[in-house]
Design a protein around this ligand. Structure first.
Ligand code: HEC
Length: 154
């Protein structure tokens, strides 16, 4: 945690890409999602994402029928990516500030802008909140999948 604080402090002064923090929470090529990050991520997920994506991530939340865009089944992200969980793509999509597809649309908030303004994310910064939720989503993939740690920026 101390190292995380150091990275966060460095982020505040220099413009290090936020993916440095994601890598901090997601050590290089782990075999499985981090249990602690994923447990915290699940709490945040239920609070901010379940209304649309559903409590189990299948896209069947109570708000889903009201939206113009079909809500994605988040348990199939790996299956739809050749069996590997696209870790950094999911980080970018949730954060939304990079303009990755699926975010910043009228139906899908840009969470990277929202988390800094909220106490509810239970994280020191939006990058950590997003990374933890990504671990949680990784943990609910069906079937369970290794992660694809593609380069964060192309
Ligand atoms: C207001 C409803 C709504 C909420 C709340 C919401 N989402 Fe979404 N989400 C959507 C919709 C709709 C899409 C599909 C958008 C598209 O395809 O353009 C989507 C897409 C996604 C995708 C992309 C899936 C893919 O296949 O690329 C991810 C990942 C995701 N959401 C995660 C989250 C997380 C994590 C949260 C909570 C922080 C969240 N969403 C909150 C509606 C929502």
């Amino acid at each position: 945690m101390k190292r995380l604080a150091t990275v966060a402090a460095a982020l505040a002064t220099a413009s290090i890409p936020f993916t440095v923090l994601a890598q901090e929470v997601a050590p290089a090529n782990p075999a499985a999602p981090d249990a602690v990050a994923s447990a915290i991520g699940q709490v945040v997920y239920q609070r901010y994402c379940g209304a649309c994506h559903g409590t189990t991530g299948r896209g069947d939340g109570p708000l889903a029928p009201e939206l113009r865009t079909k809500v994605v089944d988040l348990t199939r992200l790996a299956a739809n990516n050749g069996g590997k969980f696209p870790f950094f793509k999911v980080v970018r999509v949730i954060d939304g500030r990079s303009g990755a597809k699926g975010h910043g649309s009228a139906d899908m908030p840009v969470w990277g802008e929202i988390f800094p303004k909220t106490q509810g994310a239970q994280a020191p910064d939006p990058e950590t909140a997003v990374a933890r939720m990504t671990h949680y989503l990784w943990s609910i993939q069906e079937p369970p999948a290794p992660a694809s740690f593609e380069p964060a920026r192309k």
